[in-house]
Design a protein around this ligand. Sequence first.
Ligand code: AMP
Ligand code: GLY
Length: 422
Amino acid sequence: MNILLIGSGGREHAMAMKMAESTLCDRLYCSPGNPGTDECAENVPLDLGDMEALGRFLEENAIDLIVSGPEQPLVDGLHDRLLESGALDGRCFFGPEQAGAQLEGSKDFAKEFMVRNQIPTAAYRSFHATEKQQAKEYLQEVAPPFVLKADGLAAGKGVIITETIEEAEQALDELMGGALGDAGKTVVIEAFLKGREFSVFVMTNGEDAVWLPAAKDYKRIGEGDVGPNTGGMGSISPVPFLDETLRSKVDERIVQRTLKGLKKENLPFLGFLFFGLIEVEGEPFVIEYNVRLGDPETQSILPRTEGDLLAAMWDLAHGNAPSALGEKEEHSASVILASKGYPGSYTKGEPISLNGLGSHIRVIHAGTAHDGSGRLVTSGGRVLAVNALGGRLSDCLENVYAAIGKIEFDGMQYRRDIGSGL
Ligand code: AMP
Ligand code: GLY
């Protein structure tokens, strides 16, 4: 099988590593990729806006499977455009069409979908910028903390949680005033849920769902979960509090009802579905849907996934009973090494030294590049993820932090408390 994987982050490097292990994998291309994917795949610079060139690439390289790591191409309708241009021509695109991608691309759509399909989520109301006065009146009726969400994709900046009504009104003014462009023209105001967050992943064709290992990510920049939100500073898998009872509730009330809803509403969906969940006194609620895998959850879950990921994807794509994927008993932890200044503006171009790491450590590239003289340097906010497996969570954390001690770049920052607070 020849595969084109789209993306350039840590998630894509982790996906490329897993796909390259499969006996089904002949040639694996990553676009644009990064220095990490370059080691297990062939990086190719493709313009996703140029259907003709993309179609030619698929044809000339006999691509069988196209997978999008990030959500943006899916929300922008890449799958639909390839279909319309005829470039898919029997190839399989693993990732939903634009209609299904709305589960992530529009918070308002996702909330309405959940209500229509009796999927547990926080109570809410949505307001368009033309209804700002009604939105402010609604804020008077609900109790703090106030949760405001920009409807559209906002690169992790779209959720604002405030304690005072003045801050909530200010956030509303900013969002509706265009601070996040069109993404904030509609705002969802929802009830605050207090509980434990976790991430569940399935692969589905809208009919069958194959569970991947679940994970927990650490979103804030600071230890003890303080400071601004980031793309994610670390992750662990499995989730210690996701026991059989909670898992069955998630499967019945959330995963199965989502599949049923997709079918009922004629939304074809072949791809990964990522449920951002919160457990409140034993009951699971959906915080958000994503139509892709998580970053940095993928870096922890794929090393724990037993079985052939590509075979399961292929089976799902062809409507066959999907090959089940197992979960290794071992624990997995990933810690992100970030650039100085992240999640604000950050430095770039710092040389990275990665010497003396054992083979039990996986270094997953996210924001790295080669400079003019071929040295590995930093090029993004989140630079690397360091992952290890271990019999106990404490074992893998010990290995990860020992390895981090051997990695250097100027301004490197990371959380020392990944795996705690459970
Ligand atoms: P999201 O971008 O939807 O994942 O939201 C970002 C973060 O905001 C989540 O990971 C939660 O920590 C928090 N959050 C979102 N919605 C709620 C809610 N209704 N109650 C409490 N926390 C929330
Ligand atoms: N780690 C959260 C996400 O990928 O959205």
